[in-house]
Design a protein around this ligand. Structure first.
Ligand SMILES: NC(=O)c1ccc[n+]([C@@H]2O[C@H](COP(=O)([O-])OP(=O)(O)OC[C@H]3O[C@@H](n4cnc5c(N)ncnc54)[C@H](OP(=O)(O)O)[C@@H]3O)[C@@H](O)[C@H]2O)c1
Length: 342
């Protein structure tokens, strides 16, 4: 028996469309192996919200969007309504997939939509870090009180299962320190600059691949990395940290000469997030850091991201992945959704 999951997809950008791409090829597998069918009953982009209880066909919807058709021109367009309004107005759905841009000021449109969904007991899967960074304890409480699922493994390093490992696989561990490269756009830019290539060309390549943030200053000024550190801190370091608790420095102050000078010493400069024990909590920081060329994180190159976690019970763990496009992030949303409903 296949369980149908009525799904609202907020954001039809690089990640949202990649999610539709996955559905196009994996629907049979999802039904057979997991007994699940995701029916896209609502879609939203910056032009508005559209609802079709019968479901939007994933391939046709993706192609329409890629051909420049905005949501307001789809059948079922709901004029003047935000995703949060639609959920407040009892949009019939079981799952909200949130893939709209990060907004660190208001959290919108994601925050209202996530709040509304959870208040109604509708499960939420996020790729968008904004709502979690601004309201982590509140969203966790809403999910718990209303019996809704809340999953967000895609928010920290795309498909690298950092959140999953931290919550599932480090039972009873005291984490002494962790460090990571959490932003592939800035990691790629640093590598290109060290090789003498222009910063602007490297950033343009990240944008062409759909890997840069909608607002790329979040990547290069360190805020995307800090967002991920805040989510990690709240999720498995046991501290209710906010961005105000993180000392943040990006890569915009670095010149090619700095990177090349490090290289001549056998070193590499990387944008490193770190959490180290300090009293009852952790000192949290994001900063360009000179590493010995042999270190694990020094060897995370180009589009790779990585993390090392040092704990009392589990020794030192090292993970990295390579993502050259947004598909793995969309796959991480899929795995979260499947795990919530299986
Ligand atoms: N790209 C990645 O590899 C990656 C990896 C991990 C996490 N993420 C996160 O995933 C989210 C989406 O990233 P992306 O790369 O797909 O971004 P994107 O390509 O810029 O797409 C954003 C989508 O959100 C829509 N949108 C903008 N304002 C909206 C509003 N007010 N209401 C509803 N929809 C709105 C946009 O509409 P239009 O189409 O009309 O512009 C677009 O469809 C971001 O939060 C990002 O941080 C991305």
């Amino acid at each position: 028996m296949t369980k149908e999951i009525r799904t609202a997809l907020i954001g039809l950008g690089n990640v949202g469309r990649s999610f539709l791409t996955i559905l196009e090829s994996k629907q049979g597998r999802l039904a057979e192996q997991y007994g699940l069918a995701f029916r896209i009953v609502c879609v939203a982009d910056s032009s508005g919200v559209a609802v079709n209880p019968g479901g939007y066909e994933p391939g046709a919807t993706r192609r329409a969007k890629e051909n420049g058709v905005p949501v307001r021109r789809l059948a079922g367009y709901w004029p003047g309504v935000t995703p949060g309004d639609a959920l407040a107005a009892d949009l019939e759905c079981d799952l909200v997939l949130e893939a709209s841009p990060v907004n660190l000021k208001s959290g919108e449109p994601g925050l209202s939509a996530v709040r509304m969904a959870l208040m109604r007991g509708v499960s939420v899967v996020l790729a968008n870090k904004g709502p979690l960074v601004l309201a982590f304890p509140e969203l966790k409480r809403l999910a718990r009180e209303n019996g809704a699922g809340l999953a967000y493994s895609a928010t920290v390093c795309g498909a690298l299962p950092v959140v999953n490992v931290g919550t599932r696989d480090l039972i009873a561990a005291d984490i002494q320190a962790l460090r990571g490269i959490f932003n592939s756009t800035s990691n790629f830019i640093l590598g290109e600059m060290a090789a003498g290539k222009p910063y602007v060309d490297a950033l343009a390549e990240a944008q062409r691949r759909g890997l840069a943030e909608t607002d790329p200053s979040l990547d290069v000024e360190g805020w995307d990395t800090a967002n991920k550190l805040v989510i990690i801190a709240n999720t498995f370091l046991g501290v209710e940290a906010t961005l105000a608790d993180v000392a943040v420095q990006g890569i915009t102050g670095l010149a090619a000469a700095d990177l090349q000078a490090a290289q001549r010493k056998g070193h590499v400069i990387k944008l490193i997030a770190s959490a180290t024990r300090a009293g009852d909590g952790y000192a949290l920081s994001v900063a360009p850091t000179e590493l010995d060329g042999d270190e694990f994180l020094a060897r995370c190159a180009g589009w790779e991201m990585g993390i090392e976690i040092h704990s009392d019970l589990y020794g030192s763990m090292y993970f990295k992945d390579l993502e050259g496009n947004p598909l793995p992030t969309a796959a991480a949303m899929l795995r979260d959704a499947v795990n919530l409903f299986m």
